[in-house]
Design a protein around this ligand. Structure first.
Ligand code: MN
Length: 141
């Protein structure tokens, strides 16, 4: 199942500062705790949040919805984030959507591997909140 969270709480802020409609971020992550943390951070910043618990769910969701950015866990049980990234980047309707890998694979080679697969950005677990928000801001403001 998919989850869409709207930020009614922050709508008055968005109106007051005369901003464009909120950007939508798809978070693909199999771990519930990690999803919750990322959801809170994204909602706090005023983004709409879509979630998928697996690569399969993400592919199903992306048939009908094109988010502004995809956050992608690399270690997932059904299919890893490298393989999913290659698929998404080959899809003409999705290949412009920035993909930011989130991974606990802190070895030096893993960072390069995410970029080789086609990811546009990289965030390490455990998530540093400031670095996370900077990265989001850099890609979608
Ligand atoms: Mn995982």
């Amino acid at each position: 199942m998919f989850f869409l969270y709207n930020i009614n709480m922050l709508s008055s802020f968005a109106e007051a500062s005369d901003q464009a409609p909120p950007k939508t971020v798809l978070n693909v992550e199999d771990n519930e705790e990690n999803r919750r943390l990322v959801r809170r951070l994204l909602q706090f910043q005023g983004y709409n949040v879509l979630e998928a618990e697996s690569a399969k769910q993400a592919m199903e969701l992306l048939v009908s919805c094109i988010p502004d950015l995809i956050l992608l866990d690399i270690n997932m049980p059904d299919e890893d984030g490298y393989s999913l990234t290659v698929k998404l980047k080959m899809n003409p309707s999705l290949n412009k959507v920035p993909i930011v890998a989130i991974t606990a694979n802190a070895l030096k080679g893993d960072r390069e591997r995410t970029f080789q697969a086609g990811c546009d950005g990289y965030i390490e677990k455990p998530i540093d909140i400031e670095a996370f928000l900077d990265t989001m801001n850099r890609f979608i403001g």
